[in-house]
Design a protein around this ligand. Structure first.
Ligand code: NAD
Length: 490
């Protein structure tokens, strides 16, 4: 297969990203490779073709990453930092164009897409700074002529698999953590929404990253992940996606004693106490719940509202949600775009049907919307039973299940009753309630009276089935480093 390099920053005729693989510093187009359609979820129309990596391509990416690791592991942290800072700068410069392409292939409103990209400039900047401070330590010895040191070294070649819901954010966090730690990386981005990962490759290329340090491949997810995880060259994997797929990949990695970072699904509880600022909580939650059409692993999904304020909260929450403009993400007044894929529409319908069958009230929405795209109404369900599908399985869509509660401790127990443990939310002005929730909730993240997670400087990750490890914060490098103890006498 020929490997003709393309000009960096090229776009196809429609102005959409010119999709390609990126292997050993070269951008590779179709050129006889298998391809798949990329679809605009707002229209159902094909907007581009995405080339798949052949087995040959995957092997070349592995060899390139292995070769590059031999020198990149010795690169100066100053050099790694310089490249990531340049990427941050390019991210800000190219945000409008990249954001538009994300709206085209993934569907989210343009302002959200551009916001995702610009916030990622912060991730690159922060990781650039922090990568200069990956320190070991010296341990006082038992004998005067002994020196004991703990070194933190890059784990090696990493394979990463990033999803479609935040296609820029999820990919750049993995790439920066790996590169900043001195690793090399092969990333398979989301085939459904590929433009963001290609844009990231162009920026690292333009920032002067040496060939082979970052490689981008596409294909049938299960085939690519098996090939890469099975390769003895790969020493670590990182995946963001659903719990079942995460468990499969983590098991494959564990069978070969490879490290993994897993950012998996959630089913986030929200507790609104009787002492909360109820109106503010309803306003904030309406905006946050339907952001990205609810296709967010930390989206609030199970709403437990103290019974004394239930009616007031629901009236305001419904009122704020009712007027939400759903449409093509490129339209200026759109507040919620389509679901990212056609397959998500029947998935959402099954949550509504089950809730209906189980005697819950569909208070708002509940249906697929007309037009050519994959639109679903913002949906609010009252009183779904605790064992209904909506209250037990991650819905990953614009749907909220709302129930009144009497007792806070019992509600914390209900919140903890699922295998998920990603994010959680509470609204209260009572410090005893806030403390009980902070201490009692089994989750990787607890937000009280605001939404403050997913910042560059804060760790993002789950417990229980929601994952292993964190991305962001100082913890971001942990999964990419190994510890070496050195003791020397004389
Ligand atoms: P899915 O389980 O088919 O795919 C989820 C993601 O994993 C996709 O990006 C897909 O390309 C990838 N994937 C699937 N099988 C893979 C494999 N064997 N190897 C490597 N990657 C693989 O589900 P879907 O319909 O695309 O999305 C819906 C579900 O995905 C939701 O229920 C949600 O839990 C989950 N999801 C979670 C996140 C997150 O941020 N944690 C992001 C996207 C999707």
């Amino acid at each position: 297969m020929s490997a003709a390099p393309l000009e960096s920053n090229a776009t196809n005729a429609a102005g959409y990203e010119d999709l390609c693989l990126y292997i050993d510093g070269q951008f590779l187009k179709g050129e006889g490779r298998k391809e798949q359609n990329v679809i605009n979820p707002a229209t159902g129309q094909v907007i581009a073709r995405l080339p798949h990596a052949s087995t040959d391509d995957l092997n070349r990416a592995l060899a390139a990453a292995q070769k590059a690791f031999e020198s990149w592991k010795h690169s100066s942290p100053m050099e790694r930092s310089r490249i990531m800072r340049k990427v941050a700068e390019l991210t800000r410069q190219r945000a409008n164009e990249i954001g538009r392409n994300i709206t085209l292939d993934m569907g989210k409103p343009l302002a959200e897409a551009i916001g995702e990209v610009t916030s990622c400039a912060e991730h690159a900047d922060w990781t650039a700074e922090e990568s200069r401070r990956i320190y070991g330590r010296v341990i006082p010895p038992r004998l005067p002529n002994v020196r004991q040191m703990v070194l933190r070294e890059p784990v090696g070649v990493c394979a990463a698999f990033s999803p479609w819901n935040f296609p820029y954010n999820q990919a750049i966090r993995k790439i920066c953590a790996a590169i900043g730690a001195g690793c090399t990386i092969i990333i398979k981005g989301p085939e459904d929404a590929p433009s963001a990962v290609v844009a990231i490759a162009r920026m690292f290329h333009d920032a002067g990253l040496p060939p082979g340090v970052l490689n981008v491949v596409w294909g049938v997810p299960a085939e690519v992940s098996k090939h890469l995880i099975d390769s003895p060259i790969v020493r670590k994997i990182s995946f963001t996606g659903s719990v079942p797929v995460g468990k499969q990949l983590a098991a494959m990695a564990a069978a070969q004693m490879k490290r993994s970072t897993m950012e998996l699904g959630g089913h986030s509880p929200v507790i609104v106490c009787e002492d909360a600022d109820v109106d503010r909580a309803a306003d904030l939650l309406s905006g946050f719940k339907f952001r990205n059409a609810g296709q967010v692993c930390v989206s609030p999904t199970r709403f437990y509202i103290q019974e004394k304020v239930f009616d007031r909260f629901m009236a305001r929450f419904i009122d704020r949600t009712k007027g939400m403009k759903v449409g093509d993400g490129l339209a200026a007044d759109t507040k919620m775009g389509p679901l990212a894929h056609e397959r998500r529409v029947p998935a959402l319908e099954s949550f509504v049907n089950d809730a209906n069958d189980r005697g819950a009230r569909i208070e708002l929405g509940g249906k697929r919307m007309g037009g050519g795209g994959f639109f679903f109404e913002p949906t609010i369900v009252i009183n779904p039973p605790d064992d209904s599908m909506l209250m037990t399985t991650e819905p990953f869509g614009p749907i909220a299940g709302c129930v009144p509660y009497k007792d806070l401790q019992d509600t914390i127990r209900r919140a903890n009753s699922l295998p998920y443990g990603l994010s959680s939310y509470a609204f209260t002005t009572n410090t005893a309630h806030a403390l009980a929730i902070q201490n009692g909730i089994e989750a990787g993240m607890v937000n009280i009276n605001h939404f403050g997670q997913a910042l560059a400087e804060t760790p993002f990750g789950g417990v229980k089935d929601s994952g292993i490890g964190s991305e962001g914060g100082m913890e971001t490098f942990d999964g990419y480093l190994v510890t070496k103890f050195v003791t020397q006498m004389g």
